[in-house]
Design a protein around this ligand. Structure first.
Ligand SMILES: *Cc1c(COP(=O)(O)O)cnc(C)c1O
Length: 403
């Protein structure tokens, strides 16, 4: 990757967004240029767009293991999360069920939707997350009550990469007759997913997290689950999501998803090697700790806390060295609040502030990983050298929290 001034850049922020694949771009081009009809139009141009839409829906359904009718196109992961949760809440409300179970480390698209429902009188139970970033099916089982209308647990965490026991949580929900939604935005295209085998009733995905275009996503909702409209208007998406379909983006997403599935095993193998090399390199930094489970972890995710470091300065100095990284969620960067995910796994404020997330793609190379390790070591050492907090720690005035 080259910056506008031609310098080599290393992109390790793929959990924030990914570069579009050539396959996805090429698949989109005819729909940006030639086939621009509105799929609702009766003329030939419209019908060609409509055929493309029908085919894309079927191909996506095939990737997820569901039927085309169960697919709703949305503007992305956030909208899919909102629509899933609001729909389940409205269905529950009608039966007098106003309790929802989720976790403390969900994406804000989930947490803020739950907060909105709370103001309407819903009761929300947010499960504690273990230090390794996992919740257990037993925790979910214990939290479900007779008035629970929804369980929503993310598939893989966007900051610390931990992968939840989704099939088992789904089985608990099935047994208790509660709708199970999972925000799978970080998982789709990166892990094997089958909504039927894994007992998933609703699932959100977003194309730009697997080398597809931005502003397009999918909500899968199992047959029989009535969706609520977030957007009123035309009859698109069976009347559940008005607005002329974004055909080029839908086609790009479909191509990106099929490509991701095709390369999944190969990419997983490659990424796991790069990830583990990066983890072992960064573990050599004294007073550092890996966030998230070492085993149940996305193949491209690395997340560390370094004691005595301020995350923002770390990012800026890495940027100077040509490295695009993140302190956690793209949504919270820019604010001074520490990550709610790191707080949820029990990191104290000061430690959570010194976090670094590196999220890899199959385009990264061994040499890049070596350069990243070397650079992070240098920057951490430099920042500690000028930090008064670090001086207090070394002199014994304050006690180290990370051994
Ligand atoms: C990126 C992300 C979202 C939001 O998806 P958008 O398409 O950007 O709206 C939701 N959940 C998770 C876990 C994400 O990583």
């Amino acid at each position: 990757m080259n910056s506008p001034d031609g310098c080599k850049r290393i992109y390790v922020d793929n959990a924030a967004t990914t570069k579009m694949s050539k396959t996805a771009i090429n698949a989109m081009l005819p729909y940006l240029d030639g086939i621009y009809g509105n799929p609702s139009s009766l003329h030939t141009e419209g019908q060609r767009a409509s055929e493309a839409l029908v085919s894309a829906r079927e191909r996506i359904a095939k990737c997820l293991g569901c039927t085309a009718r169960e697919i709703t196109f949305t503007s992305g992961g956030s909208e899919a999360d909102n629509q899933a949760i609001v729909s389940a809440a409205r269905l529950g409300e009608r039966k007098g069920k106003k309790h929802i179970v989720s976790t403390a480390f969900e994406h804000h698209a989930v947490l803020h939707t739950l907060e909105k429902l709370k103001k309407e009188g819903f009761e929300i139970t947010l499960l504690d997350v273990h230090e390794n970033g996992l919740v257990t099916p037993q925790q979910v089982a214990d939290a479900i009550r007779p008035d629970t209308c929804l369980v929503t647990v993310m598939y893989a965490n966007n900051e610390i990469g931990s992968i939840q026991p989704i099939a088992e949580i789904g089985a608990v929900c099935r047994e208790k007759g509660v709708i199970f939604h999972t925000d799978a935005v970080q998982a789709v295209g990166h892990l094997h997913i089958d909504v039927q085998e894994q007992n998933i009733d609703m699932l959100s995905l977003s194309a730009h997290k697997f080398h597809g275009p931005k502003g397009i996503g999918v909500l899968y909702a199992k047959k029989g689950i009535l969706l609520s409209n977030l957007i009123e208007g035309g009859a698109q998406e069976r009347g559940k999501r008005a607005g002329t379909e974004n055909i080029p983006a839908i086609i790009g997403m479909t191509a990106a998803l099929e490509e991701a599935y095709e390369k999944l095993d190969r990419n997983t193998e490659k990424l796991t090697v790069l990830r583990d090399k990066l983890i072992s390199g960064l573990s050599e930094i004294p007073h550092s700790i890996l966030n998230g489970d070492a085993k149940h972890r996305l193949p491209g995710n690395v997340n560390f806390c370094f004691e005595g470091i301020e995350g923002e300065s770390l990012l800026l100095l890495l940027d100077d060295k040509g490295i695009c990284a993140s302190s956690g969620s793209a949504c919270t960067s820019g604010s001074l609040d520490p990550s709610h995910v790191l707080l949820a796994i029990g990191r104290v404020h000061d430690i959570a502030h010194g976090s670094l997330r590196l999220s890899l793609s199959e385009e990264n190379t061994e040499e890049e990983i070596e350069y990243v390790i070397k650079s992070v070591k240098e920057v951490v050492e430099y920042l500690r050298g000028i930090s008064p907090i670090w001086r207090d720690l070394v002199s014994g005035k304050k006690e180290f929290m990370i051994k």
